[in-house]
Design a protein around this ligand. Structure first.
Ligand code: F6R
Length: 247
């Protein structure tokens, strides 16, 4: 695991965008695993900016998002598909047919998850998987548990995740209670994993991810076992880490 220190959110966002940009320049038909949430918004903005300047071309790129709320579709402003379209895809020259998000509108959770897993696997998994990290150490919606998950599956969100996500909804009661998410094993198949983290509220999770034992109680800790994992975190997110050396 390689840890890159950023001075603040903007610096983190530029570094993350630079790494994604390099991936797309080196492999124009790259398969990118993407994340939603607050953390990657700055990186997406930076990538849009470079696209507008002609520095990066997404025409051959395909994308696979980590997760989607169960029951929400592309027209729902709270869905992750809507977020991706409006935050990123609508502003770059990506072929929308090559952008993939689990189908939250399929009420058959087992079928929706199996179809998504098959899709990601048959594509050959991702070249680069971008991840944020939850305050409880979750990646995707793989919440703390006593086992690491495998493929795409339906999860019950924990109270802390529902509370963290409530800021994006009018009322906490509106936050969906379930989501379809890539499993930890699917995530770990990525050639490279890029974790972005910013802010003091992530400091404990970031410390557990980098320095703690590898345990499903902190799902992100498994990334210590990935052979090509880069963490880009700002000072505040790294404030509880005792060692800043690559581990
Ligand atoms: C998003 C996702 C989540 C978030 C995490 C951090 O697709 O899978 O794991 O990355 O909850 O969210 P933010 O960035 O909003 O703090």
């Amino acid at each position: 695991m390689k840890v890159l220190k950023a001075s603040n959110y903007d610096d983190m966002s530029r570094k993350v965008a630079n790494i994604i940009s390099a991936q797309v320049i080196l492999k124009p038909d790259a398969r990118l695993g993407l994340a939603t949430g607050t953390t990657p918004i700055g990186a997406y903005k930076q990538l849009i900016n470079w696209y507008e300047k002609g520095d990066i071309d997404f025409s051959e790129v395909s994308t696979y998002n980590l997760d989607e709320y169960r029951g929400l579709g592309k027209d729902d402003p709270q869905s992750y598909r809507y977020f991706m379209d409006h935050t990123f895809f609508d502003h770059i020259n990506i072929d929308k047919a090559r952008t993939h998000v689990p189908d939250g509108t399929n009420p058959d959770a087992a079928a929706a998850c199996a179809a998504y897993d098959k899709l990601v696997k048959s594509a050959g998994y991702t070249d680069l998987q971008l991840l944020g990290i939850g305050r409880n150490g979750h990646i995707g919606f793989n919440e703390p548990s006593d086992v690491f998950s495998k493929g795409t599956h339906c999860v019950d969100l924990t109270p802390s995740t529902i509370e963290a996500n409530a800021r994006l909804f009018d009322k906490a009661e509106d936050v969906p209670r379930q989501a379809y998410t890539m499993g930890v094993q699917t995530i770990m198949h990525a050639e490279m994993i890029l974790v972005a983290a910013s802010g003091a509220d992530k400091a404990e999770a970031v410390r557990n991810m980098i320095e703690g034992p590898v345990t499903p109680e902190c799902p992100a800790s498994i990334l210590q076992l990935h052979t090509n994992c880069v963490v880009v975190a700002d000072d505040k997110a790294l404030s509880q880490c005792t060692s800043m050396a690559s581990v």
